[in-house]
Ligand binder design. Structure first.
Ligand SMILES: [Zn+2]
Length: 170
């Protein structure tokens, strides 16, 4: 996957995101294309735009330069792209890997996105105790995640409309 450079509204480079995510930001009117790939266009039924190599955010975002982004439930859902850590389905809740009842903290490394069903089933148990292995380990958010969080990302920025595809220009 090609990465696209993201500039803040003030033109300072912020981060890189996947091409798909860059296109979604442009389609959501959150960013404009500053520089496009000469030979690639994103084409859909009703729209065709150049595949962005550099985009610039329409609104200035204040990105925390702290080493650690502050923990939040919304942040966990964004980081995990709303995918359940136990079944891979659509996640709407945040599960504590080590439950709070057993001393687990609100932290990036102790929380994962989870569907309501798995969260309920796991209850106050660790994944080992519940026999529910994690599909992936929780991690500190990447700079791109931190940027999307600062923008108020909804967490579904990776979801491209079905009709959109990349094609080489004729
Ligand atoms: Zn699940």
């Amino acid at each position: 996957m090609r990465d696209t450079l993201v500039l803040n509204a003030s033109f300072e480079p912020l981060s890189t995101v996947t091409l798909n995510r860059a296109v979604v930001l442009v389609l959501q009117d959150k960013a404009v294309v500053e520089q496009a790939h000469p030979d690639l266009r994103m084409r859909g039924a009703a729209v065709e735009i150049p595949a962005p190599r550099v985009i610039r955010l329409c609104r200035y975002v204040r990105v925390p330069f702290r080493r650690q982004a502050p923990w939040s439930r919304r942040g966990v859902l964004v980081r995990d792209r709303h995918r359940c850590a136990y079944c891979g389905g659509r996640a709407t809740t945040v599960d504590h890997v080590v439950p709070r009842a057993q001393g687990g903290r609100d932290s990036w490394l102790n929380t994962v996105a989870s569907c309501a069903e798995d969260n309920h089933r796991k209850a106050d148990r660790t994944p080992e105790q519940a026999g529910m292995p994690l599909l992936r380990e929780p991690f500190e958010p990447t700079p791109a995640d931190a940027m999307l969080l600062a923008m108020g990302g909804r967490g579904d920025l990776d979801d491209l409309p079905d009709w959109l595809a990349v094609r080489a220009a004729a």
